[in-house]
Design a protein. Structure first.
Lengths: 190, 235, 559
């Protein structure tokens, strides 16, 4: 279906796609922010949660942080390539980013598995409740980002909708930043 | 004004009622004035002929009269109301005068348990008087209530005291009242607590010293003077 | 520009069932919202009949058990807010008006627009499912406080409770998706020449409402996930043992208070459009209203705990929230004064849309001032959870969701359907509705003052409330509700018959300035044809001294 004329107008000078991604990020920030504020309120009232937090694997968390940051770098390079109409390069870099997301998910899965095998799950106590909800919803956002990047990569390879590389990149940065908050709050703050 | 709708039976009921009256006078004045002005404008500026012209106001300059002056007067009124609200709130909910008597109020799905100190006058001793759905208090004595819940949120509500306090499970919340008028009155649960929230009624007996002493020595469960008629739940 | 679709969809499915056209999506939201209003109204009928004639079978429903009663009031409230007020005032009006009033051919993301309606429809399916599962529909009040709401042993609706919550979550997602379209379209797709202060006020209001909604709903989404998991898989966020029941209240009301502004702003926007058109006057203080609206929006985030004064929060917090709550009456008051001031020196025509717009002001004023008793912490100790609260919020919500909606429908019906509605039927509908409305809710103020508390299925159990005088008031209110419902029949008749047999409407029957009146009635696919309009001035240039022979000056005319 062809886009309406409305989509091509840019009275603010910012593209409509970019405005939409900013709006999406703003909504997500309030959602994650709300969740984390609840976590902090609980944490403040329950000092014994420090013991539970000690059971998280800081090394794996740090590894995942590194993986996400690196993949964010890749998507910036992909954007750069797209701007220069280097469609094959953009395609490859997007897939490197997706691969980074995959590593992140594998590490996360291993972490979850090791918790479950120690008898810890989402119902064990509210600390673990927050841990699994926050990282779980974050993980869902990682998956969604990977899917979007895959779709965009093929469009970019065909030289179409190259502006979407930037948009998906911004989304990925956001997913990254949420993790940068989750990691210290859930893993390190002991 | 409120006392025409419901009797006053506590020492602070008059303060809440007076705040109600102050709000009514101040806010009522503005309300009536605005509605009259509004009605006047509608009638006065009706289109009555084809060539009737409207004026063209830019808004600047006139704003002083229509917006800013009422604006400042309303701020002054708000300050008065805020002051009144805080004074009354503090008196009822923050200050805690010394207790003559302590009672415990336990709410659950779907009944009220009241623990009165027995003849020894001390709560949490062997001679405490536990009642279901009836609270006996003595006039002119300051009571502290310790409010608890066994399950969900409830609310200890005594309209004639003008008192409400949510009961939160896992906590004991303390408040106070001082009865000032004898009689029998409703106690309500004023927080949705499940399917029988609508029958969670209790009865308050405010008694003079002699009657109250007689009850304490012989706490027979009383029949309320007006029997509630529909106490069964049909599903 | 040659790759734009000028002809539009041709078959029934792509035109009406899976539309991309913003006007058709708007109609989907409008009709769905109107249907849900009938559902919510029926629920009110059933529970008010129980209150007036307790224990007797209600015609068309049957006996109202205590469990039925709680489910009816819970779903009545939820439906009216989430499935009537929001879809009609924001989704339907926003979808219909935004592209037309800013002079473009559709929303910027038509497929996302279609998806948002589909998610919204799904939320209704889930809600209706909750009524028919074992245990019945959720009955823990629209506020859903735990521990009642997160424990099936307490609420006895193990399936109804999570389904209700899921329905609300889906509705919220639908509106977040819709918001993307509204905000981006207004920011980017405005007609050339339409500057910030040339945007019609109703569009501003819808946009600000979307922003407010987005900024306030996040914590509630987080809380809903926590509550849903408490209900279904056994987490303990809001239990006494592991967590904090009061936290839910904060999360709920942090959203709940801005939410009332989310719904009131579009309604005020509608009223402003109508008042200017039918008094032939420029809006008084456009910029003032705009900045006041921003201030109200921001302040609305700082008042939420006035719903929780006696809930067990630290009593010192109550005074802080009482201060902020009483102060927020100031910007709202300003907006009301500005609307009233617009009438001064006008040439007022009391057509049906104008009657509704004026009624909004009169009724909302009463709603607003009765809020003072509740915002003042001292008096709220008595009025909390009484019918005084109920009467207050119906005197605000009814003007918003019902009066505002009727004002909009009567005003834009000619544009939507290309025909005029009947004025006589409109006036009958108007007076019948307004008089009945006041007869329902004025008695409820008095019942609240007499101590009648909320959410009780049978007041015969409370000797102090079981007086003949109070029961007379209850019966009077119920009969007035039935009158209210009966008076909707002339509207339904007028609405559906006029759609097909009303007098054909010209493009601009009200001689209004804004751009939607430039398009044909009804507008075709693409709205304005190949040449989209430009904008040369503000939206309310009525009776301008430089225009000698006309009392209006459309935005798109160069001179």
């Amino acid at each position: 279906m062809d886009s309406p004329i409305a989509t091509s107008r840019t009275r603010t000078g910012i593209s409509t796609g970019l405005l939409a991604v900013y709006w999406l990020m703003a909504s997500e920030i309030v959602i994650f922010g709300g969740l984390l504020v609840c976590y902090l309120l609980f944490r403040q009232r329950n000092p014994e949660w420090a013991e539970f937090a000690a059971l998280t694997n800081v090394h794996l968390g740090a590894l995942n942080t590194f993986v996400l940051l690196t993949s964010s770098l890749c998507v910036v390079l992909a954007h750069h390539a797209a701007e220069n109409k280097q469609t094959d390069k953009a395609f490859k870099l997007l897939w490197v980013t997706i691969f980074g997301g995959l590593i992140f998910l594998c590490v996360k899965s291993y972490e979850y598995y090791s918790k479950f095998s120690h008898g810890i799950d989402i119902t064990t106590n509210p600390f673990w409740g927050f841990y699994f909800i926050a990282t779980g919803i974050h993980g869902l956002h990682v998956i969604a980002g990977m899917v979007c990047m895959a779709v965009v990569s093929f469009q970019a390879k065909a030289g179409q909708h190259l502006n979407r590389v930037e948009l998906v990149g911004i989304y990925w940065h956001f997913v990254d930043i949420v993790w940068i908050f989750l990691f210290p709050l859930l893993y390190i703050a002991k | 004004m409120l006392e025409y709708f419901i009797p006053r039976a506590s020492s602070y009921a008059v303060d809440i009622d007076n705040l109600f009256s102050v709000i009514t006078w101040i806010v009522g004045f503005w309300f009536v004035l605005t509605q009259l002005a509004f009605l006047y404008l509608i009638v006065r500026y009706q289109k009555r002929s084809e060539d009737q012209k409207s004026i063209y106001m830019t808004g600047e300059g006139h704003e002083k009269h229509w917006i800013h002056i009422p604006h400042y007067i309303i701020i002054v009124c708000d300050v008065v109301l805020i002051y009144g609200a805080i004074v009354v709130w503090n008196q009822v909910k923050i200050n805690l005068p010394e207790a003559d008597v302590k009672i415990r109020v336990i709410s659950q799905q779907w009944a009220w348990t009241f623990v009165h100190p027995g003849p020894d006058g001390v709560l949490d001793t062997a001679d405490d008087i536990k009642t279901i759905d009836e609270l006996h208090v003595e006039i002119d004595k300051t009571y502290h209530y310790e409010l608890e819940s066994k399950d969900v949120l409830h609310d200890f509500s005594v309209p004639v005291f003008r008192l409400k306090q949510d009961a939160v499970p896992g906590r004991t919340i303390t408040g106070w009242f001082k009865p000032t008028k004898t009689g029998e009155f409703d106690i309500q649960c004023a927080e949705m607590c499940g399917i029988a929230h609508g029958i969670m009624v209790a009865r308050l007996y405010i008694e003079d010293a002699a009657t109250h002493q007689a009850w304490v020595s012989n706490p027979v469960p009383q029949l309320p003077s007006s029997q509630p008629s529909n106490l069964t739940i049909s599903q | 520009m040659s790759d734009h679709d000028h002809h539009g969809p041709t078959n029934f499915w792509s035109k009406y069932v899976f539309p991309l056209d913003h006007k058709v999506i708007a109609m989907q939201y409008l009709f769905t919202g109107m249907f849900m209003a009938l559902v919510g109204g029926f629920m009110a009928y059933a529970f008010r009949m129980q209150l007036a004639f307790p224990g007797e079978a209600v015609p068309g429903f049957g006996t109202v058990s205590p469990q039925n009663y709680n489910s009816l009031i819970t779903n009545h409230g939820s439906i009216m807010i989430f499935w009537v007020a929001m879809p009609v005032l924001i989704a339907a009006l926003g979808n219909f008006l935004i592209p037309l009033m800013i002079g473009c051919d559709d929303m910027v993301f038509p497929r996302l627009n279609r998806l948002s309606y589909q998610v919204f429809l799904l939320s209704i399916v889930v809600l209706f499912a909750s009524f028919f599962v074992q245990g019945g529909g959720f009955g823990g009040a629209w506020t859903s406080y735990p521990p009642l709401s997160n424990n099936a042993d307490y609420n006895l609706t193990p399936l109804g409770a999570p389904l209700w919550l899921l329905a609300i979550a889906l509705e919220i997602v639908a509106f977040l998706l819709g918001g993307i379209n509204f905000i981006t379209t207004v920011m980017n797709s405005r007609a050339p020449g339409m500057k910030m202060y040339d945007i019609p006020m109703v569009i501003w209001m819808i946009v600000i409402a979307c922003i407010l909604f987005m900024a306030s709903v996040g914590p509630l989404i987080a809380g809903s996930i926590m509550l849903l998991f408490d209900q279904t898989i056994g987490t303990k966020f809001f239990t006494v043992e592991g967590g904090d029941p009061l936290l839910w209240q904060h999360l709920f009301w942090f959203f709940g208070h801005p939410e009332v502004y989310v719904v009131v702003l579009p309604a005020m926007g509608v009223v402003i459009e109508i008042i200017c058109t039918f008094s032939r006057k420029k809006l008084f203080g456009y910029k003032g209203i705009l900045y006041t609206t921003f201030a109200t929006g921001i302040l609305s985030f700082f008042v939420w705990a006035h719903h929780q004064f006696v809930s067990g929060i630290d009593p010192r917090m109550a005074n802080i929230f009482s201060v902020t709550t009483l102060l927020i009456s100031i910007p709202i008051g300003e907006m009301m004064f500005a609307m009233i001031a617009t009438l001064y020196g006008g040439a007022i025509q009391l057509k049906t849309p104008m009657l509704w717009a004026l009624a909004f002001i009169a009724e909302f004023l009463l709603g607003g001032v009765t809020g003072i008793y509740l915002g003042a912490s001292g008096t709220d100790i008595y009025f909390h959870d009484t019918y005084f609260v109920l009467a207050h919020f119906h005197y605000t919500f009814f003007p918003i969701a019902i009066i505002g909606t009727f004002a909009a429908v009567y005003y834009w019906f000619p544009k939507m359907f290309g025909r005029m509605m009947d004025e006589t039927l409109g006036k009958i509908h108007f007076w019948g509705t307004i008089i009945s409305f006041n007869c329902i809710f004025i008695p409820l103020f008095f019942l609240g003052m007499a101590g009648q508390h909320r959410r009780i299925y049978d007041y015969r159990n409370f000797p102090d409330l079981n007086t003949p005088e109070m029961q007379d008031w209850r019966i009077f209110a119920t009969i007035s509700l039935i009158c209210l419902l009966v008076f909707q029949l002339p509207f339904l008749y007028n609405f559906f018959i006029s759609m097909f047999r009303g007098e054909k409407a010209p493009a601009n029957p009200w001689n209004s300035n804004t751009l939607e009146w430039l398009a044909p009635s009804p507008p075709p696919h693409g709205n304005f044809g190949p040449n989209l309009p430009d904008c040369y001035r503000g939206p309310y240039e009525y009776s301008h001294p430089d225009r000698k022979d006309s009392d209006y000056w459309p935005q798109n005319e160069p001179n």
